[in-house]
Design a protein around this ligand. Structure first.
Ligand code: PGA
Length: 239
């Protein structure tokens, strides 16, 4: 796991005082990706001095126009972002985003030059009903862009996000193996090279075990990414 990719997702957290955490992350490592709120992207880019990759947590499916309150992929690029997360389960549930919406965002983000992290994952009820592969397979089929360049997939079981609960390592390995197989079926050999992150209650204490599973290429971290101390501890455990 020497080259695990660790991505922080700050969600709706972070005022300018939190730039000190960005500075501390950047001082310690040069391989972390962090998605602060839109309001901090430009200042985080300045603070990180190219040591971190800064990204957005969402973008609109169109590049410009009459969409009050929305942010486009080109605006993210203009602010200095290098990537964007799309299809996070909180966007899918809070904002009613469909697979088609997520795919449109992923396509426009790639066209704007951003790397894109496409999130998928089942709810607890779907897991209890034995539908993990059906649900994740449908999300992948509908949400992924047309090519693997600049694509990262994140498997985030909804019931593990912010709950302190995680799947067993075997369950993580099984779903990541399934996602890998879907990627290869869809994209051929190029699907082997797509990085698949695990997300959902990743902490310094469980990172080594979760990231040690086959086909886990890193972590998408929410709550534990808000401080440099904890994100750096996860990164250290992963490598
Ligand atoms: P969590 O969130 O690490 O706080 O569980 C992960 C995510 O939603 O990306």
């Amino acid at each position: 796991m020497g080259n695990a990719l660790i991505v922080g997702n700050w969600k709706m957290n972070g005022l300018s005082a939190a730039l000190g955490e960005i500075a501390a992350m950047a001082a310690a490592r040069d391989d972390l990706w962090v998605a602060p709120p839109f309001t901090l992207i430009a200042s985080a880019v300045t603070t990180a001095q190219s040591r971190l990759r800064i990204g957005g947590q969402d973008c609109h499916a169109k590049l410009s126009g009459a969409h009050t309150g929305c942010v486009s992929a080109t605006m993210l690029v203009d602010a200095g972002a290098g990537f964007v997360i799309v299809g996070h389960s909180e966007r899918r549930s809070d904002n009613g985003e469909s697979d088609a919406d997520v795919r449109a965002k992923a396509m426009v983000a790639r066209a704007a030059g951003l790397d894109v992290i496409v999130c998928v994952g089942e709810t607890e009820a779907q897991r209890d009903a034995g539908n993990v592969e059906a649900v994740v397979g449908k999300q992948l089929a509908g949400s992924l862009p047309d090519a693997v360049d600049g694509l990262v997939v994140a498997y985030e079981p909804v019931w593990a996000i912010g709950t302190g609960r995680t799947p067993t390592p075997d369950d993580v390995a099984a779903v990541h193996g399934f996602i890998r197989a879907q990627l290869v079926t869809r994209f051929g050999a190029a699907g082997q090279g797509v990085r698949i992150l695990y997300g959902g209650s990743v902490k310094p204490e469980n990172a080594a075990l979760l990231l040690g599973q086959p086909n886990v290429g890193g972590a998408l971290v929410g709550g534990a990414s808000l401080t440099a101390a904890s994100l750096l501890a996860i990164a250290a455990a992963a490598s």
